[in-house]
Design a protein around this ligand. Structure first.
Ligand code: DGL
Length: 273
């Protein structure tokens, strides 16, 4: 029996999923959160579907042991490759970031040309294109893998000439084909939103799936009568963070993204799950 007071489990390959956590904290502030960042095995974006499914399954087992009441796959690559399979294996409601992002993109475009940037895995899966076209078959969706963005973010080079230069190279072809909407199809990318926005120019609307994901999560919890109505005090193990590699770097980074709530991050051996 799932319990209202139980935490929400959120996972990503590293720090990217914290952009989704931030939005969840904002939209449903009474919820407890258990976050897992797979910092030992990042990046996910260049790995196979089989590997990502195996990793995601291990993380879901770990989160189940934390008695979570819902799971947010705060990673586009895992949402693209593993969500369909792993959600069948548990009764815990699960939500990814791709469907919510696709919905916003389909609603946003005016000229019918949408760009999607993400990892190689997400872009090659063509999952955004599939979901967007289900909602609006007339639009064209152009994907562009940006594999260097994740290490740049993980290294903290959020405002750096190197990041500007790489962004120009990756994004020039999307500028040339005149897209009016660009999906930040990797949860790391909102952290370099200003660089991407500057490079694309003001006529392109950037879509960050995190907002809609948190909104749909709230709706899901309401529907299942799992929304926590009681305020939880911050110190009360409200937000707990776990990683698979050294926690110091993660903690520093996390504290710069989320301005409160990260008291500690614990390293676990995810291979045991
Ligand atoms: N942040 C993840 C995503 O949304 C994965 C980045 C990576 O590990 O390659 O796809």
């Amino acid at each position: 029996m799932l319990n209202k007071n139980a935490p929400i489990g959120v996972f990503d390959s590293g720090v990217g999923g914290l952009t989704v956590v931030k939005e969840i904290m904002h939209q449903i502030p009474n919820e407890r959160i258990v976050y897992f960042g797979d910092t030992a095995r990042v990046p996910y974006g260049s790995k196979s579907k089989e590997t990502i499914t195996k990793y995601s399954r291990q993380i879901v087992r770990f989160l189940q042991m934390q008695n979570v009441k819902a799971i947010v796959v705060a990673c586009n690559t895992a949402s693209a490759y593993a969500l369909d399979e792993i959600e069948k294996e548990t009764d815990i409601p699960m939500i990814g970031v791709v469907k919510p992002g696709a919905k916003v993109a389909a609603e946003t475009t005016q000229n019918g040309k949408i760009g999607v940037i993400g990892t190689e895995g997400t872009v090659n899966s063509r999952i955004y294109s599939q979901y967007i076209k289900e909602l609006n078959p007339k639009v064209s969706v152009i994907g562009k893998a940006c594999p260097l963005f994740v290490p740049l973010v993980e290294e903290g080079l959020l405002q750096d000439p190197v990041t500007d230069e790489i962004a120009k190279r990756y994004l020039s072809e999307l500028i040339d084909i005149d897209i009016d909407t660009l999906v930040l199809g990797c949860t790391h990318y909102p952290l370099i939103r200003s660089t991407v926005g500057r490079t694309m120019g003001e006529n392109v609307t950037l879509v960050n799936p995190a907002y809609e994901t948190a909104r749909e999560l709230k709706e899901l919890l309401e529907k299942r009568e799992l929304l926590n109505e009681e305020p939880v005090k911050l110190g009360d193990e409200k937000y707990r963070f776990f990683v698979s590699d050294s926690s110091e770097k993660f903690k520093r980074f996390a504290n710069s993204i989320i301005k409160y709530g990260i008291l500690s991050a614990k390293t676990i051996n995810i291979e045991e799950y």
